[in-house]
Design a protein. Structure first.
Length: 311
């Protein structure tokens, strides 16, 4: 191994400790700057949520309607009509005005038309881009490549199809809030390939978008939960660690948005593990992945995928 390579690896190990020490020293100042920069918004009167047929999206819709009741207009989007109607009924029972649209977020033009039409009647105060999928929800008969393309199309393009049409609408109003759901799994390279990679894209996109839209008085919030007990996590072959109940997850998100937090992540235990995992130097990740695979198994392949489907 060349001396330059050895020095680089030593620096990768030492640097996080040094910079963490600096952050500790200057954190009060940095926290104050963040507080001064945070945007203030009144309570939302019009909210759009995608992926509301089940899981986190459903819980957020029900919770928001229970809080704001008849002062709230909701647009709920999903692909299961029966489930969507059930959520609609619950929200209407709380007194909210509720619209539903059966749509696949992968359809760029239709998503744009739906959002523009709704905004023309009920200007969107808060958009929550929640919809997404994971390999374990797809058919096992799909090849590894097909799964990755489906995940990318849904999680990445679907998110863009949801968020991008709303930005100029909020820009023209001079205000608005956009919350985008990612995942702490982006920091774990032993998890599903497509899902984790798509969430890494979403997280980076959201952080940069927040900085870009701040001057336009548009608040952008990155939501990175750990494992939430939802139909999505129930498809996993291994029971997740540090799983949080969905009824506990929604209030965390709502409170974070109300307080203008740029980064909303929970539960505490999963976030700590994620921070530690993210701090591991790249040249040591193969060893860490070996430990993860030994103790927790591999999430990202069905056995027959390994044998027959990688090409």
């Amino acid at each position: 191994m060349k001396l330059k390579s050895i020095i680089t690896e030593i620096f990768e190990v030492i640097a996080p400790f040094f910079f963490s020490f600096l952050i500790i020293i200057f954190s009060p100042i940095l926290k104050f700057i963040c507080f001064k920069k945070s945007l203030k918004f009144s309570k939302p009167k019009s909210i759009v949520i995608t992926g509301t047929c089940s899981g986190l999206g459903r819980e957020l819709a029900c919770k928001y309607s229970s809080i704001y009741k008849n002062d709230l207009t909701l647009l709920l989007m999903g692909m299961n009509e029966d489930n969507l109607n059930q959520v609609k009924q619950i929200c209407q029972n709380h007194g909210s005005i509720v619209y539903t649209i059966i749509e696949n977020i992968k359809n760029k033009e239709r998503m744009k038309n739906h959002l523009i039409e709704f905004h023309s009647k009920h200007p969107i105060d808060l958009l929550i881009a929640n919809a997404g999928t994971i390999e374990s929800q797809l058919k096992e008969s799909l090849s590894f490549e097909d799964k990755l393309r489906e995940i990318s199309d849904t999680n990445i393009n679907g998110m863009l199809n949801t968020v991008l049409p709303v930005i100029p609408l909020m820009e023209s109003r001079g205000c608005g809030q956009i919350a985008i759901v990612s995942s702490l799994s982006k920091n774990f390279s032993s998890f599903y390939v497509g899902y984790s990679a798509s969430k890494a894209y979403i997280s980076t996109f959201t952080k940069i978008l927040r900085n870009r839209l701040h001057a336009l008085n548009i608040g952008v919030y990155l939501i990175e939960p750990g494992y939430i007990s939802t139909p999505l996590t129930q498809t996993l072959k291994i029971k997740p660690l540090f799983e949080i109940k969905i009824e506990d997850a929604a209030p965390e998100i709502i409170e974070g948005i109300e307080n203008g937090k740029s980064y909303i992540s929970f539960p505490f235990s999963a976030r700590c593990v994620s921070i530690i995992s993210h701090a591991v130097p790249e040249f040591l990740t193969d060893a860490i992945n070996s430990f993860n695979s030994f103790f927790f198994g591999r999430f990202d392949f069905h056995k027959k995928d390994i044998k027959n489907k990688i090409n």
